[in-house]
Ligand binder design. Structure first.
Ligand code: PMP
Length: 415
């Protein structure tokens, strides 16, 4: 017998179970979150999000990265509506594609050209293919545990993946020069490229910024072996800086993959590259029915306007620091050990002695009840729409989260 369904979210879940595999697929499945999180959403505005049950949250996931200047930002919305009225999916690209490529080439030091697609996986896959096409070699080095997308060559899930799909991948440890050198040696004279995340943002782990010594060594080894250095900036791009995340450690890649924040929620990805790979890129057959659509490119141009004119990365950093410092003070006051890692624009909060994330779940669920949407394991995302008042509201919710946790923990729990 079916359980009685009550709320709109529960009703939608019941309907979805019949017509959508697993009721939802992929990383947005709410069963990856503590029970009590919503699955379906109704609308969003600025840094606020409403679920289908009408509950409002200050949102610290920003749609898992794409929303960078806030939902419905008027400058982006205006550009989108103007382009929509003119046309989106045409027989070829609009002028927006050239304008956007010019813009990226002007902003990003390593970029001499850009090509466009739709999702982060499109962009990282194109980078790997391009590294092979440009060098005539096969091996790609990937950091253990790094996420580069959902295709068989990079998916973290083994279902449907064959050994052949990964035959030419070799792994190393992020920020570990020794393991990188070993992997380069193993690739021998067949090294096509090394792909690195902007920083180490693996799921459920403390985040690690790139060690400049490691970053410079990646560059040297790619140069010495005529291989491509690929930065996967899909998650961090346009949040830490507009120039490419490894610019912050003084290292320029040959190729970069971008998506998420590039168009404030409109579907767009980009690959940027230097002169060395221009010829190979021009010969590659990369395309898709929607890859030249103009609306998302208009949205990207407007998003970059807003990020540049408001010094977006600094604004997100300031608000992220306000949140981080507030949480650190609360954790100390409650005597609960937490670890906050990663760049302030992309906060990650994990609890000490929390192997199964029970503390993280309890804390974030309590914050959710107080109108703040946090993630217990994944890095979160700031947007330029978060104000001091939103952060202070969030800190009231995190205080309630710590109180709920303290009430559940035995006295003298310490860290
Ligand atoms: N690379 C990184 C670093 C990512 O975070 C993601 C998405 N989480 C991807 C690639 C894949 O992007 P998409 O989900 O848009 O295909």
């Amino acid at each position: 017998m079916d359980l009685p369904v009550e709320t709109p979210d529960q009703k939608l879940r019941a309907r979805a179970r019949r017509v959508i595999p697993g009721g939802m697929f992929g990383h947005l499945h709410s069963n990856r979150l503590p029970a009590g999180y919503p699955q379906f959403f109704e609308r969003a505005d600025g840094c606020h999000l409403w679920d289908v049950d009408g509950r409002r949250y200050v949102d610290f996931m920003c749609s898992w990265g794409p929303i960078v200047v806030g939902h419905q930002h008027p400058v982006v919305t205006e550009a989108v509506q103007r382009q929509m009225a003119a046309g989106d999916c045409l027989n070829g690209p609009s002028a927006r594609m050239v304008e956007l490529a010019e813009r990226l080439v002007g902003l990003i030091p390593h970029a001499d050209w850009a090509l466009f697609s739709k999702n982060g996986t499109d962009a990282t896959t194109t980078c790997a293919t391009l590294a092979r096409a440009g060098t005539g070699k096969r091996k790609i080095l990937v950091a253990q545990g790094a996420y580069h997308g959902a295709s068989p060559w990079c998916s973290p899930n083994p279902a449907g993946v064959t050994a052949e799909d990964r035959a030419h991948l070799l792994t190393f440890k992020y920020n570990d020069v020794g393991s990188l050198e070993t992997a380069v040696q193993r690739a021998g004279d067949d090294l096509a490229g090394v792909i690195v995340s902007a920083y180490r943002h693996d799921y459920g782990l403390d985040q690690e910024l790139p060690d400049p010594v490691f970053a410079r060594r990646v560059r040297e080894l790619c140069d010495a072996n005529d291989a491509a250095l690929i930065v996967d900036d899909v998650r961090a791009g346009f949040r830490l800086t507009l120039r490419g995340s490894w610019d912050l450690v003084g290292v320029q890649p040959d190729l970069s993959a971008w998506s998420k924040a590039i168009a404030n929620g409109y579907a767009l990805a980009a690959v940027t590259g230097n002169e060395r790979f221009r010829d190979a890129a021009s010969k590659l057959f990369v395309t898709g029915s929607f890859w030249a659509s103009a609306v998302s490119m208009a949205a990207a141009l407007a998003t970059l306007d807003v990020l540049e004119s408001t010094d977006g990365p600094r604004r997100m950093r300031d608000m992220g620091l306000r949140l981080r410092e507030g949480i650190a003070a609360q954790a100390a006051a409650f005597g609960i050990g937490v670890r906050q890692s990663g760049p302030p624009q992309m906060p990650t909060l994990l609890f000490d002695d929390d192997p199964d994330c029970a503390k993280g779940d309890c804390f974030t669920l309590e914050a959710l009840k107080h109108g703040v949407y946090l993630h217990p394991r994944h890095n979160m995302f700031m947007s330029t729409a978060h104000t001091e008042a939103d952060i202070d509201f969030a800190l009231e919710a995190t205080k309630a989260g710590f109180a709920a946790l303290a009430a559940r923990m035995p006295r003298g729990h310490g860290s």
